[in-house]
Ligand binder design. Structure first.
Ligand code: FMN
Length: 653
């Protein structure tokens, strides 16, 4: 049988295991842990689901080998040095293995960021942190230089952890050697300013990592695959670049079976958008680093970073840029990605939008959520999804992402569904992203939903059909799912109805809906800022006018880290500034000091927020005994909020 992605699905022998294809799930950790940092059933379900989806290996991320000195995150890292953890970890390894997938484990140590109350790590209170050199961090934390005794102690901790990993059933070890954590701190000339044999030349800086790799090799024996995740380049002034990255890989390869090339350094926020490529960057933006390193080593090289298209993954392997493609977010959004690619069905894949919701709410709420995949990290709860007690006639009002997801989930559960959309096309708010190139994955998600709906014979879609009480009466559904969305707020500013004013929905028509060279944007929230980036990329002079002290404060934390540098490229921002009047030739504002300021502009774009369609919702609630509302019509939010509430409500039926 011919397959569509032959290179991607060619097995690869690594040490004493064979990867059944070239797709590895990148190390991922999720905050579904106990207070002692032990896995929970949700943790098991998360990894097992990715294994079932067809990846060659699945790696449990961030397992700390020495909590006393190495724990750096709160609630994300597994306490792998606690011997009592063996049973839970064995459960995960088995769950992965039972799906014909290699269970991998990432062994980690935070180095100078470990053992300190950094990244809100309450477990570290009062503990000492150790790094390459003595120094005081910006937040006042005193870092002690590791002496050789401590280095040997940590190497032993890695060896003990490796033995435990093998005993638990893991078949591959990945060292977290990049992104600014301990290995990286020793490899980097920026942080490793020791004066002994562990510093200076690249060889010397590799000495401590090699000490650990040797100890681990002795612990696990020959043939057991060892994979080293490194930053190919640290991507900041003073850190190492790709040339030295190649040299590091060259030196370390003798102790390894795979070199796994990421980039950047967590502790330098400006590199975060490259480590987890944001939607402002091209897909596969870091492949070039792996390709360069591959020229210098004899062992297989893995690449990753914003890869979600099977054609791209196939090309990377076929062209020899890398031997393995790793994916994190793509497999969060759709764990079945590998199975769908293997079946030659790329259009079936629900592609990650790189909105970074999966990471952004972790620091605040300790939750992992994927905007597109409501089951992510909750797989164990959905394992048994009982069929409905009674099949119902379900009317869904509104064909945005929430309405479509509700119709899809209800339809898949066997209900008879009618989905009505007032306009001529499905997609709702997402249609505003249609012509914004860096948001094409958002639009792709709406198209994915449309394709899935089309496959269900029990779901009927009616376009140009507004659901009102009269229609509800005629159709007489058992339940009405109301997903009628929100509409732009039109602030009472003189001139707002002028011909030079545009709103977000105008972007449904074209990339440039008649916007002149000079644009003033009222509202510096996420929508206003992303629109500013879009217009700036179209070559316009853009000024954002925002009443608050800063812009994009509603943006997910890590998405904002990618958005702000885009604004820095040339979008003017006037904060603490209020729009007072729109004139044919510009926008009159009141500045922070209350003084008037006139901004000459050809077009004023209004991004003053959205308001829920509450009156319509109330009328619909009154029209049927069982009406359930979801998404923006309850509170304007993000795709994540709409999709998750839709999924849950449809499961309730
Ligand atoms: C939810 C989430 C958890 C992650 N956890 C880890 C981790 O535990 N260890 C690690 O080395 N990288 C971790 N990463 C980084 C990924 O392994 C990967 O390097 C990054 O997401 C870029 O790949 P992608 O574009 O395919 O998502 C995580 C990423 C995400 C999105």
């Amino acid at each position: 049988m011919s397959i569509r992605y032959p290179h991607l699905f060619t097995p690869l022998k690594v040490g004493n295991v064979t990867l059944k294809n070239r797709i590895m799930a990148a190390p991922m950790s999720i905050p579904e842990l106990t207070e002692d940092y032990f896995p929970t059933p949700a943790t098991v379900g998360f990894y097992e689901t990715r294994a079932k989806g067809g990846a060659a290996s699945v790696t449990v991320g961030d397992c700390v080998v020495h909590r006393e000195t190495g724990m750096a995150h709160a609630g994300l890292q597994i306490a792998f040095d606690d011997p009592r953890i063996a049973r839970d970890m064995a459960r995960i390894a088995q769950a992965i293995k039972w799906h014909d997938c290699i269970p991998g484990i990432e062994l980690a140590h935070g180095g100078m960021f470990g053992g300190v109350p950094c990244l809100a790590n309450p477990a570290a209170k009062g503990k000492q942190s150790y790094g390459p050199v003595d120094f005081v961090m910006e937040n006042g934390i005193v870092v002690k230089a590791m002496d050789e005794d401590m280095m040997h102690k940590i190497a032993q901790a890695f060896a003990d952890a490796a033995k435990r990993a093998k005993m638990c059933g893991f078949e591959m070890i990945i060292f977290h050697g990049g992104h600014g954590w301990m290995f990286n701190q020793f490899l980097s000339p920026y942080t490793n300013r020791r004066t002994d044999k562990y510093s200076g030349s690249t060889e010397n800086r590799c000495r401590f990592p090699i000490l650990i790799l040797k100890a681990v090799r002795e612990a696990v024996g020959p043939g057991f695959p060892l994979d080293f995740r490194m930053s190919g380049s640290e991507l900041f002034e003073g850190g190492y670049g790709i040339d030295e990255g190649c040299r590091i890989a060259e030196i370390l390869q003798d102790y390894l079976d795979i070199i796994h090339v990421s980039v950047g350094n967590h502790e330098r926020l400006e590199t975060f958008p490259r480590t987890h490529p944001t939607l402002f960057l091209p897909h596969g933006v870091n492949v070039e680093f792996a390709a360069e390193i591959k020229k210098h080593v004899k062992i297989p090289v893995a690449t990753l970073g914003g890869i979600s298209d099977p054609d791209m993954a196939e090309e990377i392997i076929a062209s020899g840029k890398a031997d393995i493609v790793c994916m994190a977010r793509a497999l969060i959004a759709d764990p079945e990605w590998p199975n769908k690619a293997r079946a030659g069905q790329p259009d079936e894949i629900r592609r990650c939008m790189r909105c970074l919701s999966c990471l952004s709410i972790v620091p605040t709420t300790h939750l992992h959520r994927c905007a597109l995949n409501p089951e992510s990290a909750k797989e164990s709860s959905f394992r048994v999804s009982p069929f409905p007690f009674k099949k119902k006639k379900v009317l869904v009002a509104g064909g945005g992402p929430g309405g479509m997801q509700a119709a899809l989930t209800a339809g898949r559960r066997g209900h008879t569904v009618i989905l009505c959309e007032a306009s001529g096309s499905l997609g709702g708010q997402i249609l505003c992203e249609r012509f914004v190139p860096f948001k094409d994955d958002y639009f792709a998600f709406s198209q994915w939903l449309i394709r899935q709906l089309a496959k269900l014979p029990n779901v009927e879609v009616r376009l140009n059909t507004k659901v009102d009480p009269e229609l509800v009466n005629i159709l007489a559904p058992d339940v009405l799912l109301c997903a009628i969305g929100a509409e732009p707020i039109v602030p009472p500013i003189p001139g707002i109805d002028g011909e030079n004013v545009r709103f977000i929905h105008d972007l449904k028509k074209a990339a440039d809906p008649g916007v002149g060279k000079n644009v003033a944007i009222i509202g510096g929230g996420l929508v206003g800022c992303e629109t500013a980036v879009h217009f700036h990329r179209l070559g316009k002079n853009v000024t954002i006018v925002e009443m608050l002290e800063d812009v994009a404060i509603d943006a997910p934390f890590f998405h904002r880290a990618g958005l702000m540098p885009e604004l820095e490229k040339g979008v003017r921002r006037l904060t603490n500034t209020k729009a007072k009047e729109i004139r044919p030739d510009g926008l009159l504002c009141a500045g922070p000091d209350g003084k008037e300021l006139f901004l000459p502009a050809d077009t004023v774009f209004c991004a003053a927020g959205m308001r829920s369609r509450t009156e319509e919702l109330s009328a619909l609630r009154a029209a049927v005994p069982d009406c359930r509302a979801l998404g923006d019509c309850t509170k304007p939010g993000r795709v994540l909020d709409a999709v998750h509430s839709a999924y849950m409500i449809a499961l309730d039926l």
